[in-house]
Write a protein that binds this ligand. Structure first.
Ligand code: MN
Length: 156
């Protein structure tokens, strides 16, 4: 029997192969059809009543991408493995293993596994958070006018 905290949380979880952890479910990234995304899964590594945040692991398969969105809550992201590209505000940047990305309130953001391999990252987020906003047509027009962003959004 593995020990648990006073909150009933498991104290130890062994790493398994393929970026899985004992007793941690691999979940859908989001509800299907709720927003555009492709080939991405989610695992909640740490979450509990004693924490104001959650730590999640996301894995984007080659060619996949997270939803382009913005919200009031923040993200602290560490690339755990692989490489890819991300958009934060008006900036498109290549990212690779162990890079850190801070996503401040109301910053448009998206991650893409453009490097021909899976992109895995840890994401620290507020436990209580607002619902993400998706870009409307005007937002997309403004974003696509920024050099490099249209190519990024088109996966090029
Ligand atoms: Mn987000």
């Amino acid at each position: 029997m593995s020990p648990t905290s006073d909150d009933g949380l498991k104290i130890f979880r062994d790493a398994q192969s393929g970026f899985r952890w004992a007793g941690v479910d691999r979940l859908n990234y989001k509800e299907e059809g709720s927003a555009p995304f492709k080939s991405i899964s989610r695992q909640v590594l740490f979450s509990g009543p004693g924490l104001a945040g959650e730590l999640r692991y996301f894995k984007i398969e080659p060619g996949g991408f997270s939803t382009l969105e913005r919200h009031e809550h923040v993200h602290a992201v560490m690339i755990l493995h692989g490489r890819g590209t991300c958009l934060v505000r008006e900036m498109v940047r290549a990212v690779e293993t162990y890079d850190l990305v801070t996503i401040a309130p109301w910053s448009w953001h998206q991650f893409r596994a453009t490097g021909g391999e899976a992109l895995g990252f840890l994401c620290l987020v507020n436990a209580e958070r607002d619902r993400p906003q998706l870009p409307n047509a005007d937002d997309l027009t403004a974003l696509r006018a920024i050099p490099g962003v249209a190519e990024f959004l088109d996966g090029k």
